[in-house]
Ligand binder design. Structure first.
Ligand code: NAD
Length: 336
């Protein structure tokens, strides 16, 4: 029998997680939730997802010609595990709903570590998530940093990491946020939370970060500097990154995030998704036990395969992280 998964909050992350669950053979989507019968709900309906809605809005779905299958509470009751993809801070309020129904739950990076008490990245701590009831899949930036730092720490020992993040101002579908004509230190008070959040997964890592919001919607770019314990060469660092299942080297004229997104479109990735860390191999520089490089992060999709692996670990469908990662990657088309 397949694990029964519900997605609560069908937005940027939720719609992608739902499709990715559908692509697996050991889990199934029993429903998604929408608060209003808008265009996204219409597409979900067209894709054959059972839509669940707040009790007060069931009539509106009926009226819009996409009758809901029931209330969000009813959806949660039917599931083995709920992936909460509601906006940051909203998911916290759903904890009692999940506990009452006795279902497992995954939250996203917008919630605090303490809500689940365990922060997940498939490369770093899959095995510790096996059988767990509550897990937080860390944010897009933290996911990318964990994927890059963990293998370097294993091979070379990481003494200290410093990261500057150039963050996309908002997601492509958002018409409300900005800036469209400024570079905004955000937050002004240093360090930013992004680097230190890596410690929620890898507590032993000494890391600081600073972040700037810039007028783009496509991707984030990190400038990463790591001090390491051992002398190393550029080729060694390339080999370490090259052996990672969710790191992709970008080149061949891809000199910017715009070209990476065009590449994803040309590859016919769903929604242009680039699930891997995109590292420019030419940027990898080494000297005096320090490593430097640039990586680009597709914020809308990078956490999607991690959510699938978290489900597989929590539902005890696979005890080996490397095997789950490979299975997930294959099913969503990451190797194509
Ligand atoms: P989003 O705003 O795109 O989607 C949230 C969805 O939840 C919307 O469809 C909204 O209508 C719905 N919703 C709101 N309140 C609800 C409720 N009470 N019950 C059910 N549904 C409700 O948000 P997102 O960007 O997908 O972010 C979701 C989570 O993922 C956040 O924790 C965020 O921090 C995290 N995250 C976002 C990104 C990103 O770049 N977008 C990347 C990684 C992690």
């Amino acid at each position: 029998v397949k694990a029964k998964i519900a997605v609560n909050g069908y937005g940027t992350i939720g719609k992608r997680v739902a499709d990715a669950v559908r692509a697996q053979d050991d889990m199934e989507i029993i429903g998604i939730s929408k608060t209003k019968p808008n265009y996204e709900a219409a597409v979900a309906h067209q894709l054959g997802y059972d839509i669940y809605a707040p009790a007060a809005n069931l009539g509106a779905f009926e009226k819009a010609g996409m009758p809901a299958a029931g209330t969000i509470e009813e959806m949660v009751e039917k599931a083995d595990l709920v992936v909460d993809c509601t906006p940051g801070g909203v998911g916290e309020g759903n904890k009692s709903l999940y506990e009452k129904a006795g279902v497992k739950a995954i939250w996203q990076g917008g919630e605090d570590h303490s809500l689940a008490g365990f922060s997940f990245n498939a490369i770093c701590n899959y095995e510790q998530a096996v059988g767990r009831d509550l897990v937080r899949v860390v944010s897009c930036n933290t996911t990318a940093l964990c994927r890059a730092i963990y293998p370097i720490d294993k091979e070379l020992g990481v003494k200290k990491v410093r990261v500057i993040l150039a963050r996309r101002a908002t997601d492509p579908n958002d018409v409300k946020k900005g800036p469209i004509n400024a570079i905004v230190p955000d937050p002004i008070k240093l360090p930013s939370h992004h680097g230190p959040d890596v410690k929620s997964v890898l507590p032993q890592i000494n890391i600081t970060s600073a972040a700037l919001k810039i007028p783009t919607t496509l991707m984030h770019v990190h400038t990463v500097n790591m001090e390491v314990d051992k002398d190393c060469t550029v080729d060694e660092v390339k080999n370490i990154f090259g052996s990672q299942p969710r790191i992709r080297f970008v080149g061949q004229g891809m000199s910017s995030t715009a070209e990476i997104m065009e590449f994803a479109r040309d590859m016919k990735r769903p929604r242009n998704d680039m699930w891997e860390n995109c590292i420019w191999p030419e940027s990898i520089t080494v000297g005096d036990k320090e490593i430097y490089f640039f990586q680009a992060v597709h914020q809308e999709s990078i956490v999607v395969p991690e959510n699938i692996d978290a489900i597989r670990a929590m539902m005890e469908l696979e005890s080996d992280g490397a095997k789950s990662i490979e299975k997930t990657n294959k099913a969503i088309g990451l190797y194509n």
